[in-house]
Ligand binder design. Structure first.
Ligand code: ARG
Length: 269
């Protein structure tokens, strides 16, 4: 099958103040040192890779008081040019939401909703051609799913996350193209697994090793799939489907519990 990339717009935030001083997910160990220059170099590599592939990357100014701001995917969900703001589950990240909202307002986005319910944006929402897939269980409130459905007018499919290592939907599932996804079944409740099988019978199924390398935290432009380099088991199945995997090293950011997708918010026109 021939795969075509479409040019994308992404919003990213350099990890200038990245560190792990608190722990709000099992990946975060504040006793483990972070190599900041290396984190920055890895992030720049990702940004430059997007640009080399023809995508546009906008950047947010990092705030020294918000070490997790590099995980820009959590700041807003943009679909059809409409912006659903975030509302963070943990106070450590709460102030990121307003910075994202201001960024969109300053750029003339008119339909911007400040949410009533906790949602961590693209961390827990994934956009396919037909659905808005929505994770819950650790961060985003199930009430945010109804809020998103009403705001975007797209059918929301709620999915229950059950493994704390996969606390955001984007750590367990990734949209490859249209209604084509890859995911790690064990991250979901039995009922949600059945829903995924029903909606996506041809999905690429990841194993525990690739999931543990955060291999599902990937970004696809329809052809290139940028993913954490340690998820080697995904390379052949992606190629078999006609995709071009692009392994990336974001090892320092993994210490915060995030990788390629967490660093990348997509601005959908
Ligand atoms: N330390 C951050 C947190 O726990 C990591 C967020 C990762 N982002 C993501 N989209 N999964 O909130």
């Amino acid at each position: 099958m021939r795969r075509d990339a479409t040019p994308r717009r992404y919003l990213m935030c350099p990890p200038a103040h990245f560190k792990v001083t608190y722990s709000i997910n099992p990946w975060m160990d504040p006793t483990k040192p972070v190599d900041l220059p290396l984190a920055l170099a890895q992030w720049e590599d990702l940004r430059d890779r997007y640009r080399a592939l023809g995508h546009t990357v906008e950047t947010l100014v990092p705030d020294p008081a918000l070490p997790d701001m590099v995980f820009a995917a959590n700041g807003a969900l943009v679909v059809d040019g409409r912006v659903l703001g975030a509302r963070f589950a943990h106070r450590e990240r709460a102030a990121e939401a307003a910075i994202h909202l201001a960024w969109f307002r300053e750029r003339g986005y008119r339909e911007v909703l400040e949410p009533s319910h906790v949602n961590e944006a693209e961390g827990d929402f994934a956009v396919t051609a037909s659905y808005l897939l929505a994770g819950r269980g650790f961060r985003s409130s199930p009430l945010s799913h109804a809020e998103a459905q009403e705001f975007f007018g797209r059918p929301v499919i709620g999915l229950d996350l059950v493994d704390p290592r996969y606390y955001h939907l984007d750590t367990a599932l990734s949209v490859l193209d249209g209604d084509e996804v890859m995911y790690y079944p064990d991250a979901f409740s039995p009922g949600s697994r059945a829903v995924l099988r029903r909606l996506f019978p041809d999905a690429l199924i990841a194993d525990g090793q690739d999931a543990a390398a955060l291999g599902l935290n990937a970004v696809s432009d329809g052809r290139h799939v940028l993913l954490p380099q340690a998820a080697t088991g995904l390379l052949a199945p992606l190629r078999d489907r006609g995709f071009e995997p692009v392994p990336m090293d974001l090892g320092e950011l993994l210490k915060g519990g995030g990788s390629v997708k967490c660093c990348t918010q997509e601005l959908r026109p």
